[in-house]
Design a protein around this ligand. Structure first.
Ligand SMILES: [Zn+2]
Ligand SMILES: [Zn+2]
Length: 365
């Protein structure tokens, strides 16, 4: 189990190295192999652990003398109260050496949950709310997420006095350093469970279905993601819950094309309507209708602007506009009366429109 490691070699110093040389060597090694400088490199983490162990042995005169006599140390001998690499890091760097290591970590947070839902364009035009249901790890209803029944609540951790973290003062290569590390007895919670809740075995969480009401702000765009803070899965007892993310799909409305807060509606007019003028009814996104006056001689592509009848501006005041674009529809087929009238129109306006109906249709397509 104990692999024989040459600590002098690990730090790259000679057998007769002074304490200063050992300090400098470890500092160099630690910076080289620090996990923050080598993200995702497990070999670097292993070398960091090895260097830390070598430093722990060689920087202590008694241990170094024992090691020189042939005594082997295992990391368990020296770091028994330190659980993982984070704790090791905060042991050496917890004083703030610029690696950005948070000293103590609290109980783990809950997982985030992702959902999606669909609303109509009309629903997107006003504030609305929707319920979403999903299964997740939720706070145990029997103990309220405490992990212990109400009659025997968790007790204050005696190692950290309820703080969840402990201060460790030690001699490092930088002199005396105070590190704040996660209390390993209560795992950062500050409280200990003496009698675990029978429903959740002390975890404080059970798998269950939950329903969350999601408030959807007026003017939301298709594909937007809303975050409902704290409504995801529950964390470890004392940890914060995850968040619920809801992707909102806005179902397209065939009557409107959306451009941000503006809506475009295409109004189809007949030849005579466009030429002679008319009144058209235009639908609005919130279910109403408005009349617009189309003057005689309106050209295809003409746009009428109906101010503030578009979509609300998301999280701002005001609304976009409803733009009504005129399309003039040429009839695919004329009945005899229409054809006669149009031929008379062509003659009056000296248009050479004498070709048969069939041929004219081919040209138009
Ligand atoms: Zn419970
Ligand atoms: Zn504790």
């Amino acid at each position: 189990m104990a692999e024989v490691v040459d600590y002098y070699q690990v730090l790259g110093v000679g057998r007769d190295a002074t304490q200063d040389e050992i300090k400098r060597a470890f500092r160099r090694k630690a910076r080289e192999t620090h996990p923050d400088a080598n993200p995702g490199d497990s070999d670097a983490e292993h070398r960091f652990r090895e260097a830390a162990l070598a430093y722990e042995v060689l920087s202590d005169a008694q241990r170094r003398a024992a090691y020189d006599r042939g005594v082997q140390f295992e990391s368990g001998d020296l770091f028994s109260s330190f659980a993982g690499i984070d704790d090791l890091l905060s042991r050496f760097f917890g004083g703030g050496l610029g690696f950005g290591i948070g000293g103590a970590r609290g109980p783990a947070a809950g997982a985030d949950v992702g959902m999606s839902l669909e609303i109509t364009l009309a629903e997107a035009a006003a504030d609305c709310s929707r319920e979403v249901s999903f299964r997740a790890r939720l706070a145990c209803p029997a103990c309220g997420g405490e992990g212990a029944p109400p009659e025997s609540p968790p007790v204050v951790c005696d190692r950290c006095a309820g703080r969840g973290s402990v201060r460790v003062t030690r001699q490092t290569f930088l002199g005396a350093a105070v590190s704040i590390i996660t209390c390993d007895k209560c795992r950062g919670r500050g409280k200990m469970i003496t009698t675990p809740c029978s429903r959740c075995d002390g975890s404080g969480a059970v798998m269950d279905e939950t329903t969350v009401t999601v408030e959807i702000p007026a003017g939301i765009e298709d594909g937007s993601r809303l975050r409902v803070t704290g409504r995801g899965a529950v964390g470890e007892p004392g940890g914060r819950p995850g968040d619920l993310y809801v992707e909102v799909r806005v179902i397209p409305d065939p009557r409107f094309t959306r451009h941000g807060a503006d809506l475009v509606h295409r109004a189809r007019l007949g030849l005579a309507e466009a030429a002679l003028g008319t009144t058209v009814k235009v639908p609005t996104v919130d279910g109403g209708e408005v009349d617009i006056e189309v003057p005689p001689g309106t050209q295809p592509g003409t746009v009428f602007k109906l101010s503030r009848l578009g979509m609300p501006r998301l999280r701002r005041r005001g609304r976009g506009d409803l733009l009504v674009e005129v399309q003039v529809v040429v009839p695919h087929k004329l009945n005899p009366a229409q054809e006669e009238a149009l031929r008379a129109y062509a003659a009056a306006s000296r248009e050479p429109a004498g070709a048969p109906v069939r041929a004219r249709r081919r040209r138009a397509r």
